[in-house]
Design a protein around this ligand. Structure first.
Ligand code: NAP
Length: 259
């Protein structure tokens, strides 16, 4: 029970990586708040976390790209649990397009959700972490935050920016008992990867299995990462034992990116 008495807020906690992180932190005793736009999904995760892990959990509707929505849901978590000790900025989208066919809307959507959402949540919750002299901010970036790839310029730009934000804030808060780190996964077995497989199938005529192999082959381990592997790393960063890890952008990708 390494997180007993802690409260964790996970954005995009309704499915995929965010859901796995909610369970990993709850199993160590943290009270959990999950927020996303699809209320039914976060409500379901909160109910399952409580019944399977025996901790209090809540959900709230939140669009992280909207400042007022973030501030409102952060306030509702603080009203219920009194604090947020661990913020996991996980909410994100990934759409592909050649750069010359990238619309203003696609570009702005990526920056608004992936980057601005991370900033709004961080800004809203840091002051109350300072009051207790303890906090953890874990940003789910991507290896697209470390390296380039074709047809995902908006996603790549947004994730590079998240890594930059992580490094800057980590140094700013280093003496306040708060750590700020990014996790940079390669392809992870979630709806997001399923969408990438569907795109490859649609654009190339490959079968689903062949398209999956394209993603597998991007990793030297020839496989996708599981959400539970990402959650295990997030758990380490959330614990007291992880307090020396700060300002890092840690790859979890089987060795695809070596910087
Ligand atoms: P996912 O299964 O599509 O889940 C994304 C979550 O983010 C959902 O709960 C979604 O809920 C939420 N979300 C999206 N837009 C939001 C918004 N505007 N406000 C609040 N919540 C929002 O994707 P995932 O694979 O778990 O991805 C989680 C994170 O990992 C993302 O940041 C992604 O970029 C990153 N990542 C994923 C992979 C991968 O291969 N899967 C690889 C590297 C990094 P609603 O749609 O209901 O709002």
């Amino acid at each position: 029970m390494r997180l007993k008495d802690k409260v964790a807020l996970i954005t995009g906690g309704g499915r995929g990586i965010g859901r796995a992180i909610a369970f990993a932190l709850a199993r160590e005793g943290a009270r959990i708040a999950v927020v996303a736009r699809t209320t039914e999904q976060v409500a379901q995760v909160a109910a399952e976390v409580t019944s399977e892990c025996g901790v209090e959990a809540m959900h709230a509707e939140c669009d992280v790209s909207l400042k007022e929505s973030v501030e409102h849901s952060c306030q509702s978590v603080i009203e219920r649990f009194g604090r947020v000790d661990i913020l996991v900025n996980n909410a994100g989208i990934a759409e592909s397009a050649p750069v010359v066919k990238t619309s203003d809307e696609l570009w702005e959507r990526h920056l608004a959700i992936n980057l601005n959402g991370t900033f709004y949540c961080t800004r809203a919750l840091l002051p109350q972490m300072f009051e207790r002299g303890w906090g953890r901010i874990i940003n789910i970036a991507s290896i697209a935050g470390k390296t380039g790839a074709p047809y995902i310029s908006a996603y790549t730009a947004s994730k590079h920016a998240v890594v930059g934000l992580t490094r800057a804030v980590a140094l700013e808060v280093a003496t306040r008992g708060v750590t700020v780190n990014a996790i940079c996964p390669g392809y992870v077995e979630t709806d997001m990867a399923a969408q990438a497989i569907n795109n490859i199938t649609a654009k190339t005529g490959k079968s689903q299995d062949e398209a999956r192999d394209v993603l597998n082959h991007m990793s030297p381990q020839n496989r996708l990462i599981t959400p539970e592997e990402v959650a295990a790393l997030a758990l380490l960063l959330a614990t007291e034992e992880g307090r020396g890890i700060n300002g890092q952008a840690i790859n979890i990708d089987g060795g695809t990116v070596l910087n």
